[in-house]
Structures are given as C-alpha cells and as structure tokens.
Design a protein around this ligand. Structure first.
Ligand SMILES: [Zn+2]
Length: 109
C-alpha cells in the first residue's frame, strides 16, 4: 500500500546576516533559506520541485531571492535530504529491477 504526501518546507541553510530591512525599517538578522515543495510516496521516496533560495527577514518575511546555482556552489553540503534528492533514481532502479525479475520469472519455464 502506498501513502502519497506532499508539502512545503523552509530550511535555514546558513548563518544569519544583519541587513537593513526596508519594511521593518531597522536592522534585522536576515536568514538564508531554502524553500521547496516536495512530494513523497510511502515516506520512502520523494522528489523536490519549486526549489528556491532566499534571504528573508525573520520578522516580516521580506527578502530577496538568491541565485540557485551560486548559492549551491557556496554551500558546504546540499541541504536537501538524500532520499528527496535521489528518491526518483532509487525508485526507477527498483522498478527496473522488478521488471527484470518479472521478465526472468516468465521465461524460466
Ligand atoms: Zn522585515
């Protein structure tokens, strides 16, 4: 039985940087974040879409969108969970293995 879920997450990806927020009109600690939507099957396999890096004010949410390629290059490690990043590949591999097994079974006599 498969359970299918989806949702949206925002994770902090680095130390806060003090910046002047034009909306709060004061200096706040802007936090670099990764915001993404995800879907998952059976809590094991998942995939990510609508990935976006941003720098956001913790008080009002005002912020900037960061360049994805540049941000990922500067990160010490990729912030997404392994299974969300590679889930589709693992799933595809499993399906291929099952298909091969079924094929071998049919032709085994
Ligand atoms: Zn603000």
């Amino acid at each position: 039985m498969f359970m299918i879920g989806q949702g949206e997450r925002t994770v902090a990806i680095g130390p806060a940087e003090p910046r002047d927020c034009p909306r709060c009109q004061q200096q706040t600690d802007f936090v670099p974040q990764l915001k993404y939507s995800y879907g998952e099957f059976d809590l094991l396999f998942g995939f990510v879409y609508n990935k976006r890096y941003q720098l956001a004010c913790p008080q009002c949410g005002h912020g900037w969108i960061l360049d994805t390629r540049q941000t990922e290059r500067d990160l010490p490690r990729h912030p997404l969970l392994f299974r969300l990043r590679y889930g589709f590949l693992i799933l595809a591999g499993l399906i291929a293995a099952l298909g091969l097994a079924a094929y071998a079974y049919r032709h085994s006599g």
